[in-house]
Design a protein around this ligand. Structure first.
Ligand SMILES: Cc1ncc(COP(=O)(O)O)c(C=O)c1O
Length: 454
């Protein structure tokens, strides 16, 4: 019998990279096991998971929203409503009952939505993966992706043998997106014989936390019109806004409808982020706008091949898009829980950005949205050479040293993409005990600079 070897796998799989769960995360896990086994030889007594945007992960402190879990409990076992008559608020009971029945017409962001154009998915990742697999027909088909980007996009494109066409976000203006830089990427691809088929926009951004203004969004829509691009709008962080009054979120769906643009748009949302933070329940949806009936039928077929997403995720999506309203019995608690989550994230983000900016050789854009900061670190020639000798990218070398010394796990910028000669890392703003945690980070950084020079 022939053994299953690496060489017999699809070579595209070997090209896939996903730094969020890469070397740093694996080493952090080893440290966690050593600590649990009572190892006293490490210079820290806990591992801090600043590498991952899973709000409910152990060690991070975003609790689940009560409303979601109560509706889920009644959906799992409807008899509970009778067995525990005083436990569940009236609106929770009504919602669970309603969800057993059929859903009628809906609207989103003030414009009508056709339920037939919305597909429930096991998280946004499943939808992104499906769309990319359907759009890429040859290695000469390209998808424009922001740099830095969430590595789902490069990974999925590598898997499906499509071309990732990078366009750079501008760090000097708060990680802004410009139509010109995308246009330059389209032209470059064209010269290389690659067709740009779709444009990925992550808004609010991961890892940057940047938020688009409406003017830029309209320019991007016009760009899609000019170059016949499908717009893939990844809007999974739309509820993670730190200053919603001065920096609100506007969906592409709303602007495409408002401007009556004909561009094909697919917008993605998820229950993994926002106040819901339910990564493990696997829920999300994508909505298709201006997609022809023939193509919709193919999407419907392919979604059907994957069967339905978990019921837990579907319940989560319903509770996310229809949270309790003022006057509902669950409203007060829901409001308190969500306000607490927003306030904690906003204040941690602000504190962390301020303190990072005060460090020598560090500059950090203060993000208005999402869950992350993406500071730039200046690394000396000596640090870069030592890193290269160790076979590491300089930012990965820095991040490994940070983990070894403090137990703080971050993700090096090389996992998201950055300009040549620049170094970053991404850290999540979900970790509690900011004072202690950032204190450790500051001490490490100063020590690193002392050792390797600025
Ligand atoms: C920008 C972005 N899109 C999509 C996803 C995937 O989310 P889901 O858990 O819904 O698959 C993530 C997760 O971190 C993300 O950051």
């Amino acid at each position: 019998m022939r053994p299953l070897t690496l060489d017999s796998l699809n070579p595209a799989v070997k090209k896939v990279q996903y730094a969020v769960r890469g070397e740093l995360a694996i080493k952090a896990e080893e440290y966690r096991v050593r600590l649990a086994e009572g190892d006293k030889g490490l210079p820290f007594d806990k591992v801090i998971s600043s590498n991952i945007g899973n709000p409910q992960q152990k060690g991070l402190d975003q609790p689940p929203i009560t409303f979601v879990r109560q509706v889920a409990a009644l959906m799992e076992w409807p008899a509970l409503a009778e067995l525990a008559p005083n436990v569940f608020p009236q609106d929770v009971r009504a919602r669970a009952k309603e969800l057993q029945e059929e859903i009628g017409s809906i609207e989103r962001d003030g414009y009508p939505s056709d339920p037939g154009h919305i597909f429930l998915t096991g998280g946004a990742s499943a939808g992104v993966s499906l769309l990319i697999s359907m759009l890429v027909t040859s290695p000469k088909d390209g998808v424009l992706i922001p740099i830095p980007q969430y590595p789902l996009y490069t990974a999925t494109l590598a898997q499906h043998n499509g071309a990732a066409l990078p366009y750079h976000l501008d760090e000097s203006s708060g990680w802004s997106t410009s139509a010109e830089s995308i246009e330059a990427a389209i032209e470059k691809a064209h010269r290389e014989g690659i067709v740009s088929k779709a444009l990925v926009i992550i808004n609010p951004g991961n890892p940057t936390g940047a938020l688009l203004d409406e003017e830029t969004q309209v320019q991007l829509i016009e760009l899609c019109e000019k170059y016949s691009l499908v717009l893939l709008a990844d809007e999974v962080y739309q509820a993670n806004l730190h200053h919603p009054d001065s920096h609100p979120f506007t969906s592409f769906k709303k602007l495409v409808a408002k401007h009556q643009s004909p561009i094909p748009l697919v917008s993605f949302h998820s229950i993994s982020k926002g106040v819901s933070g339910e990564c493990g329940r696997r829920g999300g949806y994508f909505e298709c706008t201006n997609i022809s009936d023939e193509v919709l039928a193919e999407i419907y077929k392919m979604v059907s091949v994957g069967l339905c997403p978990p019921v837990s995720g579907q319940i989560g999506v319903d509770c996310m898009v229809r949270p309790p309203k003022p006057g509902d019995e669950s409203y007060e608690l829901w409001k308190k829980e969500t306000d607490t989550i927003h306030a904690a994230l906003a204040s941690r983000t602000k504190t962390m950005a301020e303190r990072l900016n005060a460090l020598p050789g560090v500059s950090c854009v203060d993000s208005p949205g999402a869950l992350y900061l993406y500071p730039q670190i200046r690394l000396s020639q000596k640090a870069q050479e030592t890193a290269r000798k160790a076979g590491k990218e300089p930012d990965a070398f820095y991040a490994l040293a940070l983990l070894d010394e403090t137990g703080i796990c971050v993700v090096p910028g090389s996992g998201f993409g950055q300009k040549e000669g620049e170094w970053h890392y991404r850290l999540t703003c979900l970790c509690p005990g900011v004072d202690e945690y950032v204190g450790k980070l500051e001490k490490f950084h100063r020590g690193f600079v002392e050792k390797y020079g600025a």
